[in-house]
Write a protein that binds this ligand. Structure first.
Ligand code: NAD
Length: 306
């Protein structure tokens, strides 16, 4: 039996925790001793409306587990809302160790029909919210000096593209870029940052279920494991759900390194598409400054001294 991952003394802020996978994260962490800020606007799946019923209901479920929780209904979609969500943790529990930025909405439209209101609403709740909630959380973790964990929520749609979701996919892949940079900036303060692409039956995907492999509770184990203080993984993206857990990464093919003295033309490129695109030999640069390392290696291998 692996050792139980205990969260006693830890404080977690989870946005959009009034239902779906956010609720599953909240229940799993609470069951393991964490104190939870259950944030949820309580609106419709397109982000309209609002109510405190969802956040309150999950807080009651957590209290029934003999754990502590406080509801919060601020919107993640504004800087003021983001600050108030994090402040709730500091006021009520005196600290923040974990942020799971999870709240989400959908405004699907094909690109040709997309209206700017549907672009703004989706960018605000998914991408900008990670800044609005993430920055005060990051600052509080840095100031406290205890390290911390930040989870951002991406999507298979963002990672791989999906018809009719230009606004959502752009926001979701933007979150991966943010996660990579936050992971680099957080390292010196022992703050680990990762992204999860959940796969679960929720009201956002057509109907919530509490059982079977598509239950949100099959996503939460991966997030719980990443958020435990003993976990050192950072800067990575995972898909989780349907009882399948897998890392998704950006790889760089070895490509075609032309002779340095060749004035490369479009015809040369057209002649080398197979080599340029061949994914069989790839590397995974840890950050942008080493994204030319493969070229240096290829040039070194070519140099007459070798
Ligand atoms: P869900 O609708 O059950 O949960 C999202 C929650 O966010 C809702 O409870 C909603 O009230 C809340 N919310 C919306 N706008 C908010 C705002 N402005 N402020 C605070 N709370 C707000 O759906 P879910 O499937 O559990 O989605 C959770 C996250 O997972 C989302 O980011 C979604 O894009 C992502 N995701 C889910 C799946 C899936 O298969 N379920 C797939 C890919 C990505």
């Amino acid at each position: 039996m692996p050792e139980q991952l205990d969260f006693t003394g830890q404080v977690a802020v989870i946005t959009g925790a009034g239902g779906g996978v956010g609720r599953a994260y909240a229940l799993d962490l609470a069951r393991r001793g964490a104190k939870i800020v259950v944030n949820d606007l309580g609106g419709a799946t397109d982000g309209t409306g609002g109510s405190d019923a969802m956040a309150n209901r999950v807080c009651e479920e957590i209290r029934a587990l003999d754990a502590e929780a406080v509801p919060n209904t601020d919107s993640v979609a504004t800087p003021e809302g983001g600050a108030a969500i994090v402040q709730t943790a500091l006021d009520r529990f005196g600290r923040i160790d974990i942020l799971i930025s999870n709240a989400g909405i959908l405004r699907d439209k094909t690109f040709a029909k997309l209206e700017w209101t549907n672009l703004d609403a989706v960018l605000d709740v998914h991408l900008r919210a990670a800044f609005y909630v993430g920055q005060p959380a990051f600052r509080a973790m840095k100031e406290a000096g205890n390290g911390g964990k930040i989870m951002l929520t991406t999507s298979a749609s963002g990672l791989f593209g999906n018809f009719g979701q230009s606004n959502y996919t752009a926001a979701k892949l933007g979150l991966v870029g943010l996660m990579r940079t936050l992971s680099l900036e957080g390292a010196r303060n022992n703050i680990q940052v990762n992204a999860v692409a959940p796969v679960a039956s929720t009201r956002l995907t057509g109907g919530e279920t509490d059982s079977g492999p598509r239950a949100p509770s099959r996503v939460s184990p991966l997030v719980t494991a990443l958020c435990h203080p003993s976990c050192t993984i950072s800067g990575e993206t995972f898909m989780a759900g349907d009882n399948w857990y897998t890392r998704v990464f950006v790889g760089q093919a070895e490509g075609w390194a032309a002779d340095e003295n060749l004035a490369v033309t479009a015809e040369d490129i057209a002649d080398h598409w197979d080599t340029i695109r061949d994914p069989s030999k790839f590397t995974e640069p840890p950050h942008a400054l080493v994204s030319m390392a493969t070229l240096e290696r290829l040039r070194d291998a070519e140099s007459p001294s070798n």
